[in-house]
Design a protein around this ligand. Structure first.
Ligand SMILES: *Cc1c(COP(=O)(O)O)cnc(C)c1O
Length: 261
């Protein structure tokens, strides 16, 4: 990778965008009477949820040994894929790179945003041909590479992922939706040395919480800030947030789910 400057990869209009800030994010109140958001004063779900998902991020930060500022929470990792395309890919101009076969949603969101979808055909062992990867990256200059490992639908992990992160002139998104089923380590540990890396994980698979729609992105503080700027303020609803906060303390759930699956 050439000299890395995130500002050269981000769409210009996004760099200039001011994020929506909920008044309550930066204020604490004693005996509050909230009139700022026109909510009802009664009921169970009357208040808007925490737009910053602070509690969940602090919990995940401790679990994954990263800063809470390196975490963005999405309405499923699907929403995070959409947001990543929106942050980095100029409509009608930029391209994304994805493996073939792989998870269809990368191509779907790129197409919604009018970005070209370049496909890297996997070899007979469902691995990546390095020469082909380098050639196609040079020719097509895709902005974002979605690397799914373990890959859906082939099930195998991609070997030597660091090579692809280091040799790509753009953002590499490692989608780890199935990491809990794998012997391989998460790429989260590469974040310190790979400024162009985003790692996606989800509560939908091994955690068994697909109905809650909660996905996580781990990256640099700069990239996370951009994703948070573009997301809808209250993208995770209170019911899902509360449920995940209950579940996350029940550590055996992943092992139990994996045994059943
Ligand atoms: C299921 C799946 C997702 C989507 O996860 P959600 O968090 O439910 O949106 C993302 N990537 C891959 C590879 C998947 O299989």
């Amino acid at each position: 990778m050439k000299e890395f400057n995130i500002n050269n990869l981000v769409r210009k209009n996004i760099l200039e965008l001011q994020p929506y800030v909920s008044f309550r994010d930066n204020n604490t109140f004693e005996n509050p009477v909230f009139l700022d958001a026109n909510e009802s004063a009664f009921g169970e779900l009357n208040r808007y949820p925490d737009s910053t998902q602070k509690e969940l991020k602090e919990k995940l930060a401790a679990m994954k040994n990263v800063s809470a500022k390196q975490i963005a929470v999405g309405n499923g990792s699907d929403e995070l894929i959409d947001l990543i395309v929106k942050v980095f890919c100029e409509p009608k101009k930029d391209a994304i790179l994805m493996m073939n076969p792989s998870f269809a949603m990368y191509g779907f969101y790129a197409s919604v945003n009018e970005n070209k979808v370049v496909k890297l055909n996997l070899d007979e062992n469902f691995g990546i041909d390095k020469e082909e990867f380098l050639k196609i990256s040079k020719e097509e200059k895709p902005k974002v590479f979605f690397l799914c490992s373990p890959n859906n639908p082939t099930g195998n992990s991609i070997e030597g992922i660091e090579f692809y992160i280091k040799n790509f002139n753009g953002i590499v998104v490692v989608d780890e939706a199935y990491i809990e089923f794998s012997e391989h380590k998460s790429c989260i540990e590469l974040l310190g040395k790979c400024p162009n890396l985003i790692v996606l994980q989800t509560f939908s698979k091994a955690w068994g919480m697909a109905g809650a729609r909660v996905g996580i992105a781990y990256s640099s503080q700069e990239i996370i800030k951009l994703i948070n700027t573009v997301k809808s303020p209250y993208n995770i609803n209170s019911l899902s947030l509360n449920k995940i906060m209950q579940l996350i303390n029940y550590k055996n759930i992943i092992e139990e789910n994996i045994k059943i699956l």
